[in-house]
Ligand binder design. Structure first.
Ligand code: NIG
Ligand code: FE
Length: 422
């Protein structure tokens, strides 16, 4: 039998993290089982992984004659990050809110004053699709350099039909200009527009927008929150989304305990996100119904909020995923920084946080069978970290230690990293 021909080989890694999980998220006692192989290697043919193991085993298993070789001596190899919660597409910025928040003005008060999401909506409605595509493409490039190979992108800064569809179309066009894969979520119900009541707008989202969004997005999402959309309005929107073929995600229990986690479980949502104030019965219901908890520590930092209780989810057996929540309120493109925050404020271990940023994040997007781990047959989305072990991702923050990014088997980023002290 001739050996399979490799196009790319990464070898001699001090540590290779497989996240091997058979297409499932890592949860409960297995939440930190990152599947470390010392002196690891992997071989790729085209877009797929054809061998993973120790360097000697991989080199025995494949034909390396025409392969590009990356030497990862002293470095760590792991799956590309999956950022499962971003508001990728918008215009303008909101830097003035840093000072307001420092003065103690709460998030919902800024929104009531016509700032926050409403300010971004004004800017975004006025922007052309081409401007939005350019902004999003630039953001995707920054994310890619930080190791993110797949991104979920929400609409939500239009709050009317034309702009909501423009945002989804812009995300799709930006994805075509970037190596990063983008998964669209329709979040028309992100805030109540200033000229309508929540009930009037809920009806417009259901009757007019969902039928148009269903061919542009894979998921439907709602900001279920006190003074935004009630549990009942959120349920009606998400059920209408389901009927139109859109799977469910939800901004749940972020600022107040509203029963968002319970609603997510009841709807068998793929994910419930934020969850800072989730109740224990909501957490138990999520565990029972297989909803992934998406936790977003950068939002806690930028909005001066408390942090979600990751341990309660892990102990209950709920898979925990991490995202950046990139948006104009939380301008963070970095999954490594989110991992570092998770290990401090969410009390996750480095292994748990990295699993949350890869295989579990993939699971929160229904993609645990194709990305998020380094296993045979999976898409070759791979990072080389310029550090001798994965703990550095949690330990050092504010610099980029991602040296090489491979997307679908091709090297797409080669960063100059600062030299490690000896
Ligand atoms: O996930 N909570 C609602 N949505 C965003 C913030 C959006 C904004 O403030 O522009 C979030 O944090
Ligand atoms: Fe969000």
């Amino acid at each position: 039998m001739p050996k399979p021909k490799a196009t790319l080989i990464i070898q001699n890694a001090a540590e290779l993290l497989t996240m091997a999980s058979n297409g499932k998220p890592l949860a409960g006692k297995a939440a930190g089982n990152v599947g470390t192989i010392p002196n690891g290697a992997m071989a790729i043919a085209g877009e797929r992984i054809i061998a993973v193991g120790t360097t000697s085993a991989v080199l025995k298993a494949v034909d390396a004659t025409d392969a590009r070789i990356i030497d990862a001596t002293g470095k760590t190899v792991l799956p590309g990050f999956v950022d499962c919660h971003t508001h990728l597409v918008f215009a303008g910025s909101r830097e003035e809110e840093v000072e307001l928040k420092a003065q103690g003005v709460p998030y919902l008060e800024i929104l009531k004053r016509g700032g926050g999401i409403h300010k971004t909506v004004r800017k975004t409605r006025a922007a052309t699709e081409a401007q939005l595509v350019q902004n999003a493409t630039r953001t995707l490039q920054t994310m890619l350099q930080l190791g993110t190979t797949t991104v979920e992108a929400k609409s939500g800064y239009g709050l009317e039909m034309k702009t909501e569809m423009k945002l989804l179309d812009a995300a799709t066009k930006a994805a075509k200009q970037s190596p990063v894969d983008v998964i669209n979520t329709f979040l028309g119900a992100h805030a109540v527009p200033q000229d309508l009541t929540a009930d009037q707008y809920t009806k417009a989202v259901i009757d007019n927008m969902i039928p148009e969004a269903q061919r542009r997005a894979e998921y439907c999402d709602v900001f279920c929150e006190k003074d935004v959309f009630t549990v009942d309005q959120s349920r009606r929107i998400l059920e209408a989304g389901k009927k139109a073929g859109l799977k469910t995600r939800i901004h749940a229990d972020q600022l107040h305990q509203t029963g968002g986690a319970e609603l997510a479980a009841d709807l068998k949502a793929t994910s419930a996100d934020h969850l800072i104030h989730a109740s224990s019965s909501g957490i138990a219901a999520m565990a029972k119904n297989g909803t992934v908890a998406v936790l977003l520590p950068a939002t806690g930092l930028s909005s001066l909020l408390p942090y979600a209780n990751a341990r309660a989810f892990i102990d209950a057996g709920v898979p925990v995923a991490l995202g950046t929540d990139f948006n104009p309120n939380c301008w963070c493109e970095s999954m490594p920084f989110s991992i570092a925050l998770a290990c401090r404020y969410l009390k996750m271990t480095p292994s748990e946080a990295i699993a949350a940023a890869t295989i579990n994040s993939a699971a929160s997007l229904d993609r645990a069978d194709s990305i998020g781990s380094l296993e045979l047959g999976k898409q070759a989305d791979i990072l080389v970290l310029d550090a001798p072990n994965h703990t550095f991702l949690a330990y050092q923050f504010g610099v980029n230690r991602i040296e090489t990014v491979v997307k679908k088997g091709k090297v797409v980023v080669e960063n100059e990293t600062s030299k490690m002290p000896t």
